[in-house]
Design a protein around this ligand. Structure first.
Ligand code: COA
Length: 155
């Protein structure tokens, strides 16, 4: 099992791509939806959980769980041997390197595994999607089915 953490505010096809790549490497993936109050998420935790769960409703190898506190503790509690992260561009590397190194310091038995995002999604981020949608831009092809409706409701 690998733990894939994020805020998912909202989940995008970029995140789905990372999970699908993770499923090629691990028997199962647990998606940790971070409460992340410091980031002041747009969607409440309950809605973010609902959105992520709906996307993977038919995938038995994917579990979804909320988490607060340290990521390494979430990984350990969920019996994950690894933390799964996606790299979109070189600019992600520095932050990811710092996070992976810090997490290894906190728990040496959990490895961080990176997968390369699909080219089409290298520029995608949740806040860009929210901003573009709020200004009337079309983001439908960057979102899993059903997520656009959540954006429309919570504009
Ligand atoms: N496809 C699409 N978007 C992606 C992406 C991908 N492959 N990878 C990252 N993103 C986007 C996210 O949507 C997010 O966009 P936003 O900033 O517009 O919301 C942004 O890139 C940053 O994503 P990410 O790096 O995953 O950050 P996050 O805020 O979603 O999650 C945690 C960060 C939860 C993993 C991190 O804060 C954490 O581990 N917290 C727990 C506390 C802890 O253990 N701290 C110590 C860490 S060393």
């Amino acid at each position: 099992m690998a733990a894939y953490p994020g805020t998912f505010d909202p989940i995008t096809l970029g995140h789905v791509d990372v999970v699908q790549r993770g499923l090629k490497l691990f028997d199962s993936v647990i998606i940790g939806v971070a409460e992340n109050v410091q980031k002041k998420p747009h969607f409440p935790l309950e809605t973010r959980l609902q959105m992520v769960s709906s996307v993977f409703a038919t995938e038995s190898r994917v579990k979804v769980s909320p988490f607060c506190g340290l990521l390494v503790d979430f990984a350990k509690q969920s019996n994950s041997c690894a933390i799964l992260r996606g790299l979109r561009a070189a600019s992600d590397f520095e932050y990811e390197f710092q996070m992976a190194t810090m997490n290894r310091r906190l728990n040496t038995s959990i490895e961080t595994v990176f997968v390369m995002a699909r080219e089409e999604y290298t520029f995608v981020s949740s806040s860009f999607i929210r901003e573009i949608h709020n200004m009337g831009g079309d983001v439908a092809d960057l979102l899993p089915a059903g997520i656009l409706e959540h954006l429309q409701k919570n504009r």
